[in-house]
Design a protein around this ligand. Sequence first.
Ligand code: NAP
Length: 361
Amino acid sequence: MPEKVVIIGSGPAGWTAAIYAARANLQPVVYEGTTTMPGMIPLGQLAYTTEVENFPTWPHTDSEALVHFSKSALPPEKYANIAHLYEGKSAHKGKRSATGPELMEWSRQQARNFGTRIVEQVIARVDFSKHPFVLYPADDAGVEQPPVEALTVIVATGARANYLGLPSEDRFKNNGVSACAVCDGALPRFRNKPLVVVGGGDSAMEEATYLSKFSSEVHLVHRRDAFRASKIMQERVLQNPRIKPQFNRTLAEVLGTDDDGVTGARLDSTTGGAPLELPVSGVFLAIGHTPNTDFLKGQLEMETTGYLKWTKPQRTNTSVDGVFAAGDVADSYYKQAITAAGTGCMAALDAERWLSHHGLI
Ligand code: NAP
């Protein structure tokens, strides 16, 4: 029997689609990704985020209240995934908003509570040329699993962090170069040392602010003379004495040795000034994202940037009838957790109506 709805991806779009589809009695299956496949990690990009202040429902509250909530809402093995937020050295103290990992664990559980089935695999390739659609899962070692048939598919695979593509950046990945401050920022090699963050958007502001708690100084390198980020995030950065904006500069080379990893960064000027060499122990990239659509090439229409095309105004339809897209994978413009959740809801409703219209439910 083909599945009624298969959801690929497990960020806010995927879980919201699952909650709606499950409550509509469609018994959705979520392929939530694996930790070994870049860009297809369980819980999506929010798994790498600190406090989320702009997702309605979680104003600042005492961290203890969130501990109690997680303990009560989650099974022990899922509580264990976020226990470091509550216990030990990296525990959050005092009043705060809920973090990305908490929001996603709670959303996952909410979807599960209504009967969503969750598979810890990726979808490696698809065949949308026939109906039911055929999906080919793969496990965390990349080994292809038996195919799955689906009457409708919701693609919610999100986007992944970009790198500049410098050979020196590649050489020092995981040895001082990172695209995730939240994952790596607390490592000993970055503590009380100067760092570079590249980018001018909200991610760069967030990473610089976060890293300023651990490092001695953060050089925030931006290629223009003004940040793109929201005003509130910019102000936080500009008022932070440990963050030094380096406007009109680009990262030309990451400096270092194989033994020590990153020891410096050479910055070029975009306005004809002299290059600047900074002694730093880490370089964090925060220069936007690429949608996770490689496995859909030739199957669904995409923009030249790889983002999926929504083919009907105000709907989540893609170029293949019965396949819907939700969240950042089709949205290069808003890219917010709340908009991803919104389009996840829309995709589930679109899938339900499509199934009903075709007499399949
Ligand atoms: P973004 O808004 O697209 O910003 C990317 C930044 O990187 C831009 O400043 C861009 O410069 C720069 N950049 C891109 N390519 C570059 C290159 N090759 N060399 C040097 N610089 C380069 O991406 P984002 O900051 O990841 O944010 C994505 C979305 O998530 C946004 O909608 C943002 O609002 C949202 N977000 C929200 C929060 C929050 O509210 N808590 C946190 C993080 C992200 P230019 O400005 O010159 O183009």
